[in-house]
Design a protein around this ligand. Structure first.
Ligand code: PEP
Ligand code: MG
Length: 931
């Protein structure tokens, strides 16, 4: 028969799938010789069998449980239903992955009237016994029987009111006893039967409830958000109870072996004397901080420190532990890998390498790309923060800054968040019930609860800012507002919270970028990543500022310098770039065909230099073309643009001293530089209606005519990329001249330059060859003229059109490098418009799982990726020296980076902000799949 129940002494941490995280850890800790209350674990397999059978115990399971209860009785000397020495147990869920607070727990199971009397005698602590009993009834009614917990809590509240007290511990023994009586009565009313006195049915029902809790709506929501598999099931742990509420020499606590918010060393956590674990998490009374124990209870602190050290040595990671002190004896209830903020993840990983606990690769794998994203997230603008109204200060429970409208319940937060509003969920405290609203909120603000309260734990796990235990604010849920001093914040009012400092501000504070340079641990980890990775990381940057930022973030060059932005006006320049490109386009109507004609003749003449007739024809046309006013203006516009472009490139080369700069020739359809057709139509019509005539009208009419002639049904498939260079004579030449002159100038100033010129949107080798011919001509001329023949440059192309990928063997003959433009390649492979689809149907398809992911964010390995793989192989076959990279948005996406590593690319190029992430992701790829 398959074994479904394991004693703690029978398992280990490697049995997580079967015993759940908690069960595996309890077993592991038992094995380590820590002081763990004994017990046993019922497997996740048993849970799945139970759920599959529609909530029935599989055959033999109960008998196996009974056997383990017997063993437990033997090992503890305690027995169920024995007033002389009663066994009480906790029954807890524990899934293979941590789902804090999502599933159910029953404590004090085994209590009944008889045992209560026995315990009173044994402990001489009547208060403790009635308190435990009233807790047990409440939990059993709620968790096991699905009754309304609030009704039971109200019973206790009533008694408190009658006694005129507020705190739980202030209620008299009689009051507690009375509470138990009233609760039992309420239970009978609700259930139509007495509260069960036999511990065995209590246990059986509690196990069933734990298994069923795997499928509660809140557990499902949590799993969906965290991407946790629904088919894992939860294990169920049955363990001897120890009591933190047996008096003031008892207590319950939580302990992180390092700070989960910033990773700093030292114990971090809280202890509540004379209380059970749930009281600490629920934030009912304010616990004392573990640091304070150092002075007040040095022996206890030292004991905790020793345990922390032992578990870290054993698990090689920061641990989050729960412990109970029962009449001075310290029991460990559980330990698990501590959830932590992004910042703490990085610091702990780096520190542990330096402490010799783990190696660099392990540390790198513990840092996730999302952690970098989080710590490089915006923070408040310091000046604006100084000027803002500080409303209150609570606990800095989860770092980062958030701005949003205060919303006072989870459902409303969900509604507003989904509608696209920025929401900060404000609650007295949060519970797992609030998860739907928390998912969409920018941050959380709670009035009660500490650093280990639900809101704080969830926020850190999700990387959201949280200010907890902000007692200064007085929340009035009925009126949907909170007051603090003279201020009232109503629902929908804007607030800003700083989870790093615990501050709460009125209104919106602008957010600013994080300061990378201050992130010393991250910088160190990324240096290790650089030692490990084999993929290069370059940046997409098209101005000197972005180029410098990219360098600061560790980019090894520019993988894509888009030049189209350089045709828009820049501040402080006298010459209008825009006016010149517009003029060029306008004049191209007449000038471009003439110039192309001239170019053709020139080519023919080169092929037949002795053909006198051809020579004559060429010279006549040349004269005509050179003196044509449209051609003159067309050329003048290009000439005006030349020095401006040169200046741009010079700045970029300087910022990238020593590193390659891949500059892409102009790419977009030309109409993008012109005013919209509709706007021009209105203007022309208005001018005509006013009876205007003359220059203004003529110019507008010409502009309109050109705009209409450039109009395309599918501009993305139209006259763009190298096609523009091929249709607008002189455009490629001007850009290349600017690039090469800038390169020479920088080189003469002592800068190490590596210019690489990239031709966009090639689909046929002939296009590439024609552009390359012109390009080389200009480049060689500039180098010759400037006496810089030693300056090396490269010519390559983007692979953005499926045809180019499919004919990579040919294309590679004319290219020294390829760069995958996966934005276009995805658009054209999928046949999905990159500019329209996301808003129209694509995200809906992703939601419906018609598509696994948004292919514009995460590279489609099976389709686009297949083309890339073929392209790499074919291209390298023809040209083994071919350098291949990627510069589409996917170049900054960790999963896509991993794929690029696998298919043997040389580098990825992404936006400067993503460079640190790419460095890490490239290292991860190498560690997981060395090449
Ligand atoms: C691409 O297509 O992936 C690319 C980088 O070019 P752009 O986004 O400028 O079209
Ligand atoms: Mg493109």
């Amino acid at each position: 028969m398959v074994k479904r129940v394991y004693d703690f002494s029978e398992g280990s941490k490697d049995m997580r799938d079967l015993l759940g995280g908690k069960g595996a850890n309890l077993a592991e800790m038992t094995g380590m010789g820590l002081n763990i209350p004994p017990g046993f674990t019922i497997t996740t397999t048993a849970c799945l069998e139970f759920l599959d059978a529609g909530g029935k115990f599989p055959e033999g399971l109960w008998e196996e449980v009974l056997e383990h209860v017997k063993r437990l009785e033997e090992s503890t000397g305690k027995r169920f239903d024995d007033p002389e020495n009663p066994l009480l147990v906790s029954v807890r869920s524990g899934a293979p992955v941590s789902m804090p607070g999502m599933m159910d727990t029953v404590l004090n199971l085994g209590l009944n009237d008889k045992v209560a009397q026995g315990l009173i005698k044994l402990t001489n602590n009547e208060r403790f016994v009635w308190d435990a009993y009233r807790r047990f009834i409440t939990m059993f009614a709620d968790v096991v029987k699905g009754l309304d917990r609030r009704k039971f809590e109200e019973v206790f509240e009533e008694v408190k009111k009658e006694e005129g007290v507020k705190g739980d511990t202030e209620v008299s023994v009689e009051g507690l006893k009375e509470t138990v009586e009233r609760m039992k009565k309420l239970y009978k009313e609700e259930m139509g039967e007495d509260f069960p006195q036999d511990p065995y049915p209590q246990l059986r029902d509690a196990i069933a409830a734990v298994f069923n809790s795997w499928n509660t709506p809140r557990a499902k929501t949590y799993r969906k958000f965290e991407g946790i598999d629904d088919h894992m099931g939860t294990a169920c742990n049955v363990q001897m109870m120890v009591f933190g509420n047996m008096g003031w020499d008892s207590g319950s606590g939580v302990m992180f072996t390092r700070s989960p918010s910033d990773g700093s060393k030292g114990l971090f956590g809280e202890l509540l004397f004379n209380a059970q674990g749930e009281d600490v998490v629920a934030g009912i009374r304010t616990p004392i901080k573990l640091e304070e124990l150092k002075d007040q209870y040095p022996k206890l602190y030292a004991e905790l420190e020793e345990i922390a050290h032992k578990v870290e040595e054993h698990y090689k990671d920061m641990q989050d532990m729960e412990f109970t002190i029962e009449r001075g004896k310290l029991w460990i209830l559980q330990t698990r890998t501590g959830k932590r903020t992004a910042r703490a993840s990085i610091k702990i990983a780096v520190d542990m390498v330096e402490e010799g606990l783990i190696d660099k690769e392990t540390a790198l794998l513990r840092i996730q790309p999302s952690h970098i994203d989080q710590i490089l997230h915006p923070q408040f603008d310091p000046q604006a923060k100084k000027e803002a109204v500080l409303l209150a200060k609570g606990l800095n429970a989860s770092p980062g800054a958030a701005v949003g409208m205060a919303i006072f319940d989870a459902d409303k937060a969900e509604e507003r968040g989904k509608a696209g509003d920025s929401v900060i969920l404000v609650r007295p405290e949060t519970t797992p019930e609030d998860v739907n609203g928390m998912v969409v909120s920018r941050g959380f603000l709670t009035q009660h609860g500490g650093g280990t309260s639900h809101a704080a734990v969830v926020a850190r796990g999700w990387g959201k800012p949280c200010v907890a235990g902000c007692e200064d604010i007085k929340i009035d849920l009925a009126r949907r507002l909170f007051t603090v001093g003279e201020y009232t914040v109503r629902e929908g009012d804007w607030i800003s919270i700083d989870g790093s400092t615990g501050e709460v501000f009125l209104g919106k504070i602008p957010l600013v970028e994080a300061v990378y340079e201050k992130e010393t641990e991250l910088i160190k980890a990324l240096e290790w990543a650089d030692e490990v990775r084999s993929l290069g990381v370059l940046a997409n940057a098209d101005n000197p500022e972005d180029a410098s930022r990219a360098r600061r973030f560790g980019a090894q060059g520019i993988g894509l310098c888009r030049t189209e932005h350089m045709f828009f006006d820049q501040e402080g320049e006298e010459v209008s770039r825009r006016a010149n490109i517009v003029n060029m386009i306008l004049r191209s109507e007449v000038a471009a065909p003439l110039l192309r004609q001239l170019e053709a003749l020139e080519k023919a003449l080169k092929a037949n230099p002795d053909d006198e007739e051809l020579k004559k024809e060429y010279e006549e046309l040349k004269k005509e073309v050179d003196s044509h006013p449209d051609v003159k203006q067309y050329r003048e516009s290009l000439e005006n643009l030349l020095p401006l472009q040169r200046k741009d490139f010079l700045g970029i080369f300087k910022a990238m001293d020593g590193y390659p700069v891949i500059i892409r020739l102009i790419d977009p359809p030309m109409h993008e530089f012109l005013p919209p057709r509709e706007e021009l139509l209105v203007e022309v019509t208005e001018l005509r209606a006013k009876g205007a005539s003359g220059r203004e009208l003529e110019e507008k009419e010409q502009l309109l005519r050109v705009v209409e002639s450039l109009w395309e049904t599918n501009p993305m498939l139209g006259l763009r990329g190298c096609r523009a260079g091929l249709m607008y004579p002189g455009l490629t030449e001007m850009q290349v001249q600017a690039i090469m002159e800038a390169a020479v100038e920088a080189w003469k100033q002592g800068v190490e330059v590596h210019p690489e010129i990239m031709i966009p949107l090639t689909s046929h080798i002939n296009e590439l060859e024609e552009e390359k011919r012109k390009l080389q001509q200009v480049a060689e001329r500039v180098l010759e003229e400037k006496g810089a023949k030693d300056l090396k440059y490269k010519i390559g192309t983007m692979i953005e059109v499926p045809r180019a990928a499919l004919t990579a063997d040919e294309i590679a003959r004319a290219a020294e490098f390829f760069s995958f433009g996966t934005n276009d390649l995805t658009q054209m492979t999928y046949g999905i418009s990159r500019d329209d689809a996301e808003g129209k149907f694509l995200l809906n398809f992703v939601d419906r799982k018609l598509l696994p992911v948004n292919p514009f964010q995460v590279l489609d390995r099976d389709g686009v990726g297949k083309l890339m793989r073929m392209c790499v192989e074919a291209g390298r076959k023809t040209n083994p020296e071919l350098e291949i990279g990627i510069c589409g948005e996917h170049g900054g996406d960790p999963s896509s980076i991993e794929f690029c590593h696998e298919i043997g690319l040389d580098y990825v190029s992404c936006s400067p902000f993503r460079v640190p992430i790419a460095r890490l992701a490239a290292a991860h790829a190498q560690i997981k799949n060395p090449r």
